[in-house]
Design a protein around this ligand. Structure first.
Ligand code: NAP
Length: 460
């Protein structure tokens, strides 16, 4: 790569997996003189790995050590507790950096659009996940677990995460980094059954086999599957490998090898939520029975038969997918909930986005596992570097990142640097150690700032 003598400066907005993979892809290029600054609205990095991945999945969370290595590189800086659009603006970033990469994920949830959805007791799984994972924005939410049956709508891995957490013995969860406030509420839960409802069939479920297979071990109970819903059917050979494996696991559950425990998960299919009923909170869920039809393209869709069934419940969690939110001034595809892009380069009909790129879920939608983001971020970085080569991306004639710390200190005096985050990290790990937990999460930003700033200052 041709050198101008001035380093390429890149700002990454968001510090989740896709942001870190983008940083890594830039910093590991030996032929590139590059500086990467990562901006994060919260005081802590790692995004979905800290706040999305379930606390009882420590192996998945251990990928954070890869991010810590990237953060330790000399040409990398972390600026936490800085909100783009509030403390600093998009334009200020493009004025100072050669390229700006948005790695902001999908922070909204999808609605069901049915009567009664706004009743207390009807909640987004996204909120519940944020709450039990100690996300500061969700830490003060309250969830009423006094009913006996909870219902989870959706058949993705988030649905299974939420169902598993609600059904796991509290002693198991107590060994994880689940937020303490959630642990206390789960310990008093009256829930004995979590009904997970899919609108299509068992063969169309979006969850992956390891997540399905681990349920009995984690919940210490069998899983209730109705044999008729997983019966053999013509054309089964054409299914994907994952669908075939999932069916195999569910058939084992239906055969009832493991006893149902006092608290268990029930999987039911071909049912859509139609209405939530209750006087001042959710008391019942009306489900519509669906029939499946296969289109010419092979896609299997659900169609209402008009048949209804009513389920008593006090808690309905919709786990029907995340949704990206628009960024002021950048184009937005309302239908898909993503920022329109070409290999990660933001497409802007009116021009003006020539320095801006996207990675991760805001680029492609909320799909794939954590590792999927590595390839996705590499694609964006390749495009950025190709734009640099072709002249489509012109470097500024000075290193605008040199005086960034002073500028940021003016805008956000409570800036959390990598050093500040390490103090928070160390405090959390130390609090977890005596209890055999990986960490005890701090869920309050002010408390985190006290640790990150006071001690950091004391050490200087
Ligand atoms: P997802 O995998 O896209 O699943 C969404 C589910 O919601 C699908 O079953 C979908 O059914 C259903 N749905 C959508 N609209 C609905 C409606 N109106 N009524 C009823 N059902 C509806 O999304 P997710 O569970 O949020 O997960 C997001 C991504 O994160 C996925 O790629 C997932 O694998 C990943 N993830 C991975 C892990 C892990 O690796 N352990 C954990 C959590 C999340 P249709 O198929 O019929 O549309």
């Amino acid at each position: 790569m041709a050198s101008t003598g001035i380093p390429l400066t890149v700002a990454i907005v968001g510090s989740g997996p896709s942001g870190f993979y983008a940083a890594g892809a830039l910093l590991e290029r030996a032929d590139l003189d590059v500086k990467v600054d990562m901006f994060e609205r919260l005081a802590t990095p790692w995004g979905l790995v800290r706040f999305g991945v379930a606390p009882d999945h420590p192996k998945i969370k251990s990928v954070s050590s890869v991010y810590a290595k990237i953060a330790a590189r000399e040409s990398f800086r972390f600026f936490g507790n800085v909100e783009v659009g509030k403390d600093i603006t998009r334009d200020e970033l493009t004025e100072r950096y050669d390229a700006v990469i948005y790695a902001v994920g999908t922070q909204g949830d999808r609605k069901l659009g049915i009567p009664g959805e706004e009743l207390p007791g009807s909640v987004a799984a996204v909120d519940f996940v944020g709450w039990y994972n100690g996300h500061p924005d969700y830490a003060d939410l309250t969830f009423d677990l006094s009913c006996e049956r909870a219902v989870v709508i959706g058949n993705g891995n988030v649905a299974l995460d939420v169902a598993r957490i609600l059904c796991s013995p509290v002693e198991r969860l107590a060994k994880t980094d689940i937020a303490d406030h959630a642990l206390a509420v789960l310990a008093r839960s009256n829930i004995t059954e979590v009904l997970v409802v899919g609108r299509r069939g068992a063969a169309q479920a979006a969850f992956t086999t390891p997540e399905l297979k681990e349920l009995p071990e984690f919940t210490e109970s069998g899983v209730d599957v109705h044999p008729d819903e997983v019966a053999e059917f013509p054309g089964e050979d054409e299914l994907s490998k994952v669908a075939k494996r999932n069916l195999g696991v569910m058939r084992d559950y239906a055969a009832g090898d493991t006893e149902l425990g006092a608290r268990h998960i029930t999987l039911r299919f071909q049912r859509s939520p139609v209405e939530l009923r209750g006087d001042d909170k959710v008391e019942q869920l009306v489900l519509g029975r669906n029939e499946l039809r296969t289109g010419e393209d092979g896609w299997v869709s659900a169609h209402d038969t008009g048949e209804r069934e009513v389920v008593d419940t006090g808690l309905v969690l919709r786990a029907v997918g995340y949704r990206g939110l628009p960024i002021d001034g950048l184009p937005f595809d309302e239908r898909r909930g993503v920022i329109p892009n070409e290999q990660g380069k933001v497409i802007c009909a009116e021009g003006g986005a020539e320095r801006e790129y996207v990675v991760g879920w805001i680029k492609r939608g909320p799909t794939g596992i954590i590792g999927t983001n590595r390839k996705d971020s590499v694609e964006t970085i390749n495009r950025l570097l190709a734009d640099l080569d072709s002249g489509a991306l012109r470097q500024h004639d000075r290193d605008g990142s040199a005086d960034i710390e002073d500028w940021l200190a003016e805008r956000q005096p409570d800036l959390v640097t990598e050093q500040g985050w390490q103090l928070i990290d160390a405090a959390e790990r130390a609090a977890g150690e005596p209890h055999g937990r990986p960490r005890v999460k701090l869920c309050n930003t002010q408390e985190m700032l006290r640790i990150a700033l006071n001690r950091a200052n004391a050490e200087v």
